[in-house]
Design a binder for this molecule. Sequence first.
Ligand code: HEC
Ligand code: HEC
Length: 175
Amino acid sequence: MTDQEGGDTAMSQPMTLRNRLSLNNIRWVKAVSKGVMTLLVSTMVSMTAVAETGGIDSLRTIDLSVEPPAEAMKKVLESDTTFHRDFIEQPPLIPHDIRGYTVNKDVNTCLQCHSWKNASKWGATRISVTHFYDREGKQRADVAPNRYFCLQCHVPQADTAPLQKNNFEPVDSLK
Ligand code: HEC
Ligand code: HEC
């Protein structure tokens, strides 16, 4: 008897109750997993639809598979004075262009004007005392690592239409 014939014999054996039960189980599992798959696929489809726009009007009005032409560089708003702050803890906005100012682990161009040592020479605001406290609240002799990458919090401005309407109003004492 070859292996194949053995297989055939096993198949043609009369079905015991146990066999039938497990066959039913298999059918049931198949049916459930088919249902789960359909559900998964439909959820994924609706998730992509939401992910594309995040539920709001997307700036990207073109098909995702199309590479749109790069937008023209915006003109940075520059001012000899500083911008108004709308709340006490607001990182002040940068009132000058920062193109070409490098900030990496070796150089920080911002500090060449904004450090306590150099600020008065440039007429720039000194970095705030808060920038000397590290995340444990320990005061350091120089700018703390968590304040080193200035552009995480401070950004220049361009005169463009707001992406989202914002009704924020500063308190009277800051107006
Ligand atoms: C060449 C000197 C110079 C460099 C470099 C420089 N700044 Fe300034 N910055 C100034 C001066 C001067 C002012 C004051 C306003 C003015 O004259 O534009 C200022 C103002 C600011 C203000 C506003 C402070 C306030 O009180 O509102 C922020 C924030 C700021 N700079 C951040 C930065 C950051 C971040 C960088 C690096 C990416 C940087 N600056 C690099 C000179 C400089
Ligand atoms: C984690 C966010 C954060 C980072 C990083 C950061 N700042 Fe600030 N910065 C603030 C906030 C918030 C304020 C306003 C409140 C305060 O004074 O702490 C501020 C205030 C300032 C001011 C105004 C100080 C004053 O006396 O009015 C200057 C100038 C400034 N930052 C420059 C810098 C420079 C330069 C760097 C990089 C070396 C930097 N900041 C990194 C959040 C940050």
